[in-house]
Write a protein that binds this ligand. Sequence first.
Ligand code: ZN
Length: 74
Amino acid sequence: MSTAPAPQPPQQQTQQGKAKFNVYTIEECPACGQKTKRSFQVGDYITKDGANCSKCGNVTKITLIYAEPVVKSK
Ligand SMILES: [Zn+2]
């Protein structure tokens, strides 16, 4: 006999040493290809305008949003 898995509470945060992620946003300059990695901020989405390019001053676009697991040193 098998029991159905208990539904996970949707709002539970993983704060007990489980997997934790940092989310990053990549802004890419369409003119020169310069890519800038920064921390994700609420409201970011792909194709949104980013900051001005540090190289040529063009407006960058967000081309990638991804998460990296936080690596804790023991
Ligand atoms: Zn540029």
